[in-house]
Design a protein around this ligand. Structure first.
Ligand code: ATP
Ligand code: LTN
Length: 335
């Protein structure tokens, strides 16, 4: 708890451009929860370098991501939006937690398997220990809840295991975090291959809707979305994965249930449906584009947010780190 509020932590990688999957699976919930909890929303740039990055690009993407958090509706004066690399406790706790995590546990992580297959020429140790750094992120702030998409549940389960293991040895040091999955949109699939999740690192730009895409691009991408040769607009993930994904998207964006969506498009063709999905998505992204452009023009304001929130994150994370260092037996500093 901070004051009388429960704590929330979440983060996104500053790699690629955010997709509609990131928005519906995570960011939209972040906004909804930001009034109720004491929130720490991090741009996890330390995590980003598990895959090779161009330095100038990474810096630019990290700043854009932070601005997107604000443009999506998170108030940076009330919530802590910061760069992970600005709070050194993340790395320090990650090392300690590495020593409480088993190789076998990390070997089972599906994101590690996927990313190693994708980057076979660079299977580095950071990619392997990535979930431990994520556990450190969450545990440093004593987070009660962590809103994420379904793909991150395995990492969260590991975080809970590590925290319980540590607590069982040293007493109640860490709060055990609960995942928070939104009602809709927890897993948006690729528009070109509905068996894969929509991912910002997909090489095919038609597979994802980027939050920065303009209306024409959005409509064009939905028009090209892979469906099936049947013509019914019916939710059936097994037999109609493409159409089901579009129903999921439309439902999440308009706050309608699958049944309501099916009913609305009864007797209509895929063409009409795809156009409606495209327009609904473009409509919710429009205000975000406007706000993002305003923020991009206000360098001093963003710099102030980065400075103040970086200091706040540093303060809270160091508090937990000191406690952990003492528990494991590191000598106290002499001041
Ligand atoms: P990358 O392709 O670089 O691995 P990503 O698109 O998977 O990136 P992350 O930075 O790993 O995005 O995820 C940010 C947040 O968005 C996480 O909470 C994750 O669960 C959520 N998320 C990512 N992809 C989807 C998706 N397709 N549907 C719903 N939520 C998603
Ligand atoms: N691993 C997450 C990003 C991430 C995160 C976190 C999410 C890093 N640290 C802490 C929630 C809490 C991802 O790849 N989406």
């Amino acid at each position: 708890m901070i004051g009388d509020k429960k704590v929330l932590f979440s983060g996104m990688q500053a790699t690629g451009s955010l997709t509609l999957g990131n928005y519906l699976g995570a960011l939209k919930n972040w906004v909804a929860l930001s009034e109720e909890y004491e929130c720490f929303y991090s741009v996890v740039d330390l995590h980003s370098i598990t895959v090779r990055q161009d330095p100038a690009e990474l810096r630019k993407k990290a700043r854009n991501l932070l601005m997107l958090y604000i443009a999506a509706g998170i108030d940076p004066e009330k919530n802590c939006l910061y760069y992970q690399s600005h709070a050194s406790a993340h790395c320090e706790l990650a090392w300690i937690l590495d020593c409480f995590t088993y190789m076998g546990e990390l070997n089972r992580m599906t994101q590690f398997k996927d990313k190693s297959a994708k980057h076979a020429d660079n299977i580095n140790a950071g990619l392997f220990t990535y979930p431990v750094l994520m556990a450190a992120d969450i545990l440093l702030y004593q987070a009660d809840v962590v809103p994420v998409g379904k793909d991150q549940l395995q990492h969260l389960e590991l975080t809970r295991d590590i925290a319980n293991r540590f607590n069982s040895i040293y007493g109640d040091v860490f709060t055990i975090p609960e995942p928070y999955l939104g009602k809709a949109g927890a897993k948006i699939m690729s528009l070109q291959d509905p068996s894969k999740k929509m991912s910002k690192s997909d090489e095919n730009p038609n597979a994802s809707i980027y939050l920065t895409d303009d209306k024409d691009t959005i409509i064009r991408k939905f028009k090209r979305a892979v469906t099936d040769s049947d013509s019914a607009i019916r939710y059936d993930v097994e037999n109609k994965p493409g159409v089901s994904n579009l129903i999921e998207i439309y439902g999440a964006v308009t706050n309608k249930s699958f049944e309501e969506v099916e009913k609305e498009f009864e007797g209509k063709g895929y063409g009409d449906f795809k156009l409606a999905v495209g327009e609904a998505v473009a409509d919710i992204l429009e205000p975000l584009h406007v706000r993002f452009a305003e923020l991009s023009a206000d360098k001093a304001y963003i710099d102030k947010i980065i400075k103040e929130n970086g200091e706040k994150a540093d303060y809270y994370s160091k508090k937990t780190l000191r406690k952990v260092q003492k528990k494991v037996g590191f000598p106290e500093r002499i001041r």
